[in-house]
Design a protein around this ligand. Structure first.
Ligand code: FAD
Length: 236
């Protein structure tokens, strides 16, 4: 059920280039389903402004966490200048994104900050030892900033999930995949992709590109869910 809370800001962890994670005290009585989002309201120099963020944290975590691309917007500038202990307002949880009951295999197609709902769902499945068969396809520009990359690599090393990282601009020594996520890339890593439930999340350009991939894979329309990070605009 959606409710309103005033909560304290805890701190930030930065990715190399213009991406950061922000943590807040999780209020008593606040519960959510992995994949859901909340609305964060800040008082900026342009007035009171609200934006939506998918939970990057899992229900089993102590803190609420969002991960975002920084920008010059009054909202983001207010966010980066919060002092630990500052009080912000959230309302939530909202949204229906998630793994449907009964689905035993899920794939994620995402990139950059679009990772947030996938991270929440995957972290929760692993914390709960749910046995969900997970394949994460995750595109980023380069090695400098792969939000939660280390965590996913550790899950993959422990054989808890299949993790396919691909970079647009890898260094010559990069041993992983290069280029965008394509249907061909998915087929090389996942047997029978059409039999899996797929979750696509991120800014509009990413989601549009992944709609083509899902179509090329022959995934039925009721076996795919999209979370569009509206507000990033057509150029992401
Ligand atoms: C369900 C949901 C979940 C989300 N989860 C996340 C998340 O986990 N992480 C995250 O970073 N963001 C998430 N977003 C997006 C987030 O709410 C912000 O919109 C985004 O972070 C951009 O904020 P900004 O202040 O940097 O935007 P701005 O700097 O104000 O705008 C970014 C760019 O988009 C353009 N733009 C802004 N609004 C529009 C519009 N309506 N139409 C066309 N172009 C526009 C601007 O011109 C600019 O180029 C989510 C959005 C939704 C709806």
């Amino acid at each position: 059920m959606t409710a309103e809370y005033d909560i304290a800001y805890l701190g930030t962890r930065s990715c190399a280039v213009g991406v950061a994670s922000f943590r807040f005290v999780r209020p008593k009585g606040y519960s959510f389903i992995p994949g859901q989002f909340f609305t964060l309201t800040l008082e900026t120099h342009e007035g009171v402004t609200s934006k939506q963020f998918s939970h990057a944290d899992a229900p089993g975590d102590d803190a609420i966490e969002l991960t975002t691309r920084l920008s010059d917007s009054a909202f983001k500038q207010t966010l980066v200048h919060l002092e630990p202990g500052s009080i912000v307002h959230i309302s939530g949880p909202k949204g229906r994104l998630g793994v449907p009951e009964g689905a035993s295999a899920v794939g994620f197609l995402t990139g950059g900050v679009g990772i947030t709902p996938a991270r929440s769902i995957i972290r929760d499945a692993i914390q709960r030892k749910s046995g969900l068969d997970i394949a994460l396809f995750y595109g980023n520009r380069d090695e400098d900033c792969i939000p939660y990359g280390e965590e996913f690599r550790s899950y993959a090393a422990a054989q808890r999930m299949a993790y396919i990282e691909t970079l647009d601009h890898p260094l010559p020594q990069w041993a992983g995949e290069a280029g965008f996520i394509t249907a061909d890339l998915v087929r090389r890593h996942v047997a029978d992709p059409a039999a899996r439930y797929w979750i696509v999340s991120g800014p509009p350009p990413m989601v549009d590109a992944m709609k083509v991939v899902v179509g090329n894979l022959g995934v039925p329309a009721d076996s795919v869910a999209y979370e569009l990070f509206a507000g990033y605009g057509p150029n992401g």
